[in-house]
Design a protein around this ligand. Structure first.
Ligand SMILES: [Zn+2]
Length: 269
């Protein structure tokens, strides 16, 4: 069977990255069953032949109107699909969609009519916002990192930048590689508009947002960049928890050591 990836090395490379990250999410234990989502804006990699490809689904409503997405193309994980399967067969467990000119509906164009995730409206809302604000970011990732979710079960960590400060102080690179820190969204029903709205607001100040008792939502230049930021924060959370398991509160880097990092690496905070 022909694939949209045939003869398109740049597009194939991007989809391969998505499959690679899906494998990491599964291997890390962050993607049980069909948990998690990946949506990537691939419009830059689309050629005229792809623009002429016929729809292989009926027209589907997004549920919201997103003016900045007119004519955009996305790779989206399929609803009910597993990350561990996507890692091996990305085009059987996700699909490429075209946003139609009304900016409120889409069609699937390749390779199979795999229905996108039920979280598509919230992911596309974030992409719409990224384009409107002139961002170069192309990827959104939602997953369930064990240690970060565990820490979200204690209210003492959920104040503004409390977790950011702790995680940055566990290992110097965390501040360099996740320079905006970790935003927090109080518990909301999965898939709800309230969760989407609160996430969108928090993403104005952070690249990674922790959903209380649920998981994280991250944006990045590409899917690897979004994954890396979650991975770096998760590593710091593991170090914190390991120290607690050894029976002591970790000292963390001092304020002066953190300020030194900011100066040395020209960091924003
Ligand atoms: Zn989830």
């Amino acid at each position: 069977m022909n694939s949209i990836l045939d003869g398109r090395s740049a597009l194939k490379k991007e989809i391969d990255k998505i499959a690679e990250v899906a494998g990491y999410l599964w291997q890390n234990g962050w993607a049980e069953r069909n948990g998690g989502n990946i949506t990537v804006n691939i419009t830059e990699l689309v050629d005229d032949e792809i623009r002429r490809m016929p729809a292989i689904s009926e027209v589907k409503q997004i549920g919201v109107t997103l003016p900045a997405l007119k004519g955009c193309y996305f790779y989206c994980k399929g609803t009910g699909k597993r990350m561990r399967d996507l890692a091996r067969w990305p085009m059987d467990n996700g699909s490429v969609i075209r946003i139609l000119d009304d900016c409120a509906s889409y069609v699937i164009i390749a390779d199979n009519a795999v229905m996108p995730t039920s979280e598509l409206p919230s992911h596309l809302t974030v992409h719409n916002h990224l384009i409107e604000s002139g961002s170069a970011y192309k990827a959104t990732v939602h997953t369930h990192p064990i240690e970060l979710v565990a820490m979200s079960h204690n209210k003492k960590f959920l104040g503004k930048d409390v977790l950011t400060r702790i995680l940055w102080s566990m290992i110097p690179e965390t501040k360099a590689f996740c320079p905006l820190g970790l935003g927090v969204v109080p518990y909301q029903l999965p898939g709800s508009n309230d969760l989407a709205d609160a996430t969108l607001k928090e993403l104005e100040d952070y690249d990674v947002v922790l959903w209380e008792k649920h998981g994280v939502f991250a944006k990045g230049l590409d899917v690897m960049d979004a994954f890396d930021q979650i991975d770096v924060l998760s590593k710091s959370a593991k170090i914190y928890i390991d120290a607690k398991c050894m029976g002591f509160e970790p000292d963390g880097m001092t304020d002066e050591q953190m300020a030194e990092m900011t100066r040395a690496f020209n960091l924003p905070k």
